[in-house]
Design a protein around this ligand. Structure first.
Ligand code: FES
Length: 79
């Protein structure tokens, strides 16, 4: 099984725009956290698409262990 790299043990706050799609990095290797930059290529993992329903601040998972991908669910506190 492939384990994602912990990018940081905290979420990434991002102001998202209604109707816009974002590709959250699931592998933890992107240099453009919390978004995918293609670095997952040889990891067997893929980014998760997130489409904003409204314009607001959301917290994308930084530890990659969330149970509510791609958003933070507090799992980083247990790592
Ligand atoms: S770089 Fe991590 S999922 Fe694409």
């Amino acid at each position: 099984m492939t384990t994602p790299k912990i990018a940081q043990k905290a979420p990434y706050p991002v102001e998202v725009e209604a109707g816009k799609s974002y590709f959250w990095c699931a592998c933890g290797h992107s240099a453009n956290q919390p978004f995918c930059d293609g670095s997952h290529k040889d990891t067997g993992m893929n980014p998760e698409k997130y489409t904003a329903e409204e314009s607001k601040k959301v917290f994308f998972c930084g530890c990659k262990a969330t149970g509510k991908r791609p958003l933070c669910d507090g799992s980083h506190a247990k790592l």
